[in-house]
Design a protein around this ligand. Sequence first.
Ligand SMILES: [Zn+2]
Length: 349
Amino acid sequence: MNSTNSGLGLGPIDVHVHLSLNGQGSLSGWSRRRWVMRPFLAAAAHDIGLRGGFAGRDFDERYLNRLVGWLEDSSLSAAVLLAYDWVRDSYGFPRKDLSDLYVSNEAVIAIARRHPKFLPGVSIHPGRPDAFDELERCAAQGAALLKLLPCVQNVDCNESRYKPFWERLAKLGLPLLAHTGGEFCVRSIRNDLKTPACLRLPLECGVTVIAAHCGTRALPWDGDHFQTFLEMRSRYPNFYGDLSPLSHITHLVSLERLREDPARLLHGTDYPVVSAVFPSFLKGWISREELHRLNAIGNPLEKKIQLTRAQGFPEQVFTDLWRLLPETVVRSFQQRGSRIPGPPDLLAF
Ligand SMILES: [Zn+2]
């Protein structure tokens, strides 16, 4: 697909941007601030320039307005804004006690309606009694993809009872973006579902599957599922990986291999997760001047684009996602741009 002169062009797109809601605003969402995460949330708040941190009645508004500001001030054409379903039991009922985060599909759909550069990434546990209805409803409202975290949300994608759900997803042309590998920010309740091997059934049903983080570790002692990612990428032509937030010391060995063979990789940040520049300098991939130049970029969305470029990844990692999204979504994205007269105002709640 080519970009058009009118409307929004199909330039760089970020496949992995998180919305965060604390349940005190008007959009439906919730988060648990575990004490163990507080220092990391403080670091993330500093990095993304979120004054006031991850708490308070006005958090939802501050978080979103900060994100809109970075997006408008970046070279991105668009970003997929992700919903986050509850952890659910095997019957699909919510387990709030096991959940750390919830972002409703309504929230990402409503924001994408008001801001032309966001595309909604919805989240539906396939075991939900209303899974099919919710999928149809979200697809009709312009969902760009489905996001799941199998190890967090308790989704064993290979269970045969989910086959009709994957077949419907394939028919709708919606890709599945699935977390793989280590998870640091929220609790995992199924460590056996961190491997990309748990995504075989949707792949065999014809779904385009994007393995977030390419199965890499988050922490040095995490199990490493990167080899499985590589094996599956060579076996399934509909299998992709996202580069979010691959930049840290724990990612270097995998990144080296991906640089040598950058087939079917997609750009992503995992915003608000911080990207690190220094490890790429340590590895000799970027010069000291590049290190200083990249570290001087205050916009975390732009910094990751420029870091990925400096690491030597080809330009198509920034735009290949457009080929994988439903055509109707891409077309309406381009048309939306031509209807909006100028840069949108910050979102009011
Ligand atoms: Zn993420």
